[in-house]
Write a new protein. Structure first.
Length: 247
């Protein structure tokens, strides 16, 4: 069977979901959106797309929401995509060609993710190529983790890289980045403390500096101009905030 189900989780994604759904119209045979209680126009936009099956499910964490969405899929192959992502034209062509030739049992399919930061594409900073497995056979992978969910694959599948980019429209403003930075730093610190790890004076002062130098110099963030500098500074700020919360 070469039919494909795209699964998306949402909460107040009206600025992103229309673009995401439009990019999947000629790729997915079914689109499942699992929403955790949007109060904006997310549901209205989803129900305006005939391919979408819109389901409400109370928030249970990123991993559990995604696993629940996959469990609803009617088809054997799953394309997991976030509401703020959309396959590029080239990636859509790759996906359609893959469907035409047929999926290979035992394979999983990955793609490069290219992030748009406040209107600028980030090609460096350690943010690209950011290869992600996003296509697999139903039941042969699941998500785990609270802060940054991780896809756990069954067995030892062959990973095939598709041509094209998964376009990620991450942050629209620096203020939005700052808010999300604080949230993720808090979650990461809580997880580390639960595992018995604490920060030291040394880690608070050296880890942020290393994160900045790694992104800006080693990963050539300077080539992304002012946006690259901002990204690397924010990455360092995230690390410092996380370490401070682990004291």
């Amino acid at each position: 069977m070469n039919q494909l189900t795209a699964v998306i989780i949402t909460q107040n994604e009206e600025r992103n979901i229309g673009r995401c759904l439009e990019s999947l119209e000629d790729v997915a045979d079914e689109i499942i959106v699992v929403d955790s209680g949007s109060t904006d126009r997310t549901e209205l936009l989803c129900r305006g797309c005939k391919e979408v099956r819109f389901v409400h499910h109370d928030w249970s964490g990123y991993s559990e929401q995604k696993n629940f969405a996959e469990s609803l899929a009617s088809h054997d192959w799953i394309l997991s995509i976030d509401a703020d992502e959309a396959p590029s034209h080239t990636l859509r062509t790759s996906l359609k060609e893959l469907k035409r030739k047929g999926f290979v049992t035992g394979n999983v399919y990955s793609m490069h993710r290219l992030t748009n930061y406040c209107g600028h594409w980030i090609w460096h900073c350690g943010w690209y190529p950011d290869e992600k497995v996003r296509l697999w056979q139903k039941g042969r992978a699941h998500w785990e983790g609270v802060v940054h969910e991780e896809l756990i694959l069954q067995g030892n599948p062959k990973q095939v890289l598709l041509t094209g980019n998964l376009l990620h429209y991450s942050y629209y403003s620096i203020e939005e980045h700052q808010r999300r930075l604080e949230k993720y730093a808090q979650l990461s610190a809580e997880k580390s403390l639960q595992q018995g790890r604490k920060a030291t004076w040394f880690s608070i002062h050296t880890k942020p500096l290393w994160r900045f130098l790694r992104g800006y110099i080693i990963k050539r963030g300077f080539m992304d101009g002012k946006a690259g500098l901002t990204v690397c500074k924010m990455e360092a700020r995230y690390v410092r905030r996380r370490e401070e919360l682990m004291r």
